[in-house]
Design a protein around this ligand. Sequence first.
Ligand code: HEC
Length: 108
Amino acid sequence: MIKFFIICFILIFIGCGGNKSSGQSEAYYRGEKIYRTVCLSCHNLDPRKVGALAPDIAGSDLELIRSMIMTGKHPEGRIKKWPDHQMAALPNLKDKIPDLHEYLKTFK
Ligand code: HEC
């Protein structure tokens, strides 16, 4: 009987290790999913590259991402990569901002 428990514990351990070894946090994967379903229609699949309708945004900081999503505008005093273009706000994604940041910060 005790052997059974030991084996169970080992299996649980291996299970946890497996999840961690995949490298990225859950927030990263949530962010990646949103990026690929929403942002991808304008930005590039690879956020380091320029997209069909919008610039590269890899490594954008939390303040910039929040501002773009909530207002469609840059925080005051920030230089726009594409000064002649405008992004529509996507305030329904308010809760996803930290996940998007987690995803975008892993590039660069
Ligand atoms: C309908 C097209 C469209 C969608 C969808 C879109 N964007 Fe944009 N985005 C733009 C355009 C156009 C610009 C350039 C205009 C600007 O910077 O004001 C831009 C600029 C940005 C910038 C600023 C880049 C810089 O450094 O100047 C960030 C950050 C950004 N987008 C994040 C996102 C995120 C995150 C998503 C997904 C939740 C998203 N965008 C979805 C069109 C889009």
